[in-house]
Design a protein around this ligand. Sequence first.
Ligand code: PMP
Length: 415
Amino acid sequence: AEPLPWTGPGRPATRPLDVLGVPGQINLDYAATAPCASVAADAVTELLPWYASVHRGAGQLSRRCTLAYERAREEVADFLGARADDHVIFTRNTTDALNLLAHALPAASTVVTFASEHHANLLPWPSAAVRLPVPASPGAAVRALDAALRELRRGTDPGRPVLVAVTGAGNVTGERWPVAALARVAHRHGARIALDAAQLAPHAPVDIAALGVDYVAVSGHKLYAPFGTGVLVGRGDWLDAAPPYLSGGGASAYVGPATHQVRWATGPARHEAGTPNLLGAVALGAVCAALGAADRAALHDDEQALLARLRAGLAALPGVEELRLFDAAEPRVGIVSFVVAGRESATVAAELATAHGIGVRDGLFCAHPLTRRLIAEAAARRGWRNPPATALRASIGLGSTVEHVDRLLTALAGR
Ligand code: PMP
């Protein structure tokens, strides 16, 4: 495929953060998987001739691969503002990172989430987890968490660990959550907080130390790097006390002849058993370095301008209703979900793909309780008797252009 230049408004075509694409195909599905940045592709291409074992070989190639893997870990740590003593553990994706954290919870922990979370941040937690109702605003979320934690503390042993698990930006309506305020509340009540930054990190800086969160999870494939690499960053004590996520080579510091005679490694190695995904880590590290060095305020402004154009265009189309969570004026990332009167979303999405070369997503976006509710509310606002079963979602990022947005709006207008 020919690399497509990044041609956002007011930007030259030669920005270092070009993304790859296929001419004639308009990708408006970044929230599912973002296109690959050319810096990620370059980093992989450069390393391929050196391809050799990581942490498991004495040869020059292997040593270089080990260095590249560990440098990638540092690039990710810098990008996410990790504290000096945080563990940076490579995982497969955000789902894997949050499952690892769930696995590492101390016994008798309580986990508090909101019902609006992506399934990856709802389902890994113990069944006794507290699920707070979907709040009406970011401020209401902070107040609800405060009340819930106060109540929880009253009813339980104060020494019992509590973890709050929240998203930084929702994958259905792109709404941003008041992460720093939620972290302050969590800490005031002696709880820890984990941030699902799968959707936030591609669109805005995530600084663990500045936000005051204890753990952050991201996915490489939403961050312009290839599939198969994610990260869990955060406090080492629970992670070092937990059994290894996978048992095997790399996680074991010493293995004796008797069954179960094993001393497990501490640090990232404890949860990274098996030969790691070097290319994925290096690609993600390269994107983190490039994005970290980019003018993110300018990228943010460009994205917000496109998002405003998309939302205004959708609002002007008869029979199209956007899904709403928080008030329209609240901050959000480049994600919009909507429904079309009298049309099943899967049919509309298929038409966009086949007749217009436009890729969007249809479905319930791995946030079934939330999306069903938002569809019902959207239909009720418009007085539709038979709402569609699923919604459509358009999402943008690096490489998205005015033309992409306008082509979607024109296609929808002519449906
Ligand atoms: N959290 C959010 C908010 C997401 O949008 C997603 C992906 N849709 C995930 C978690 C899970 O990411 P992955 O599928 O890469 O594990």
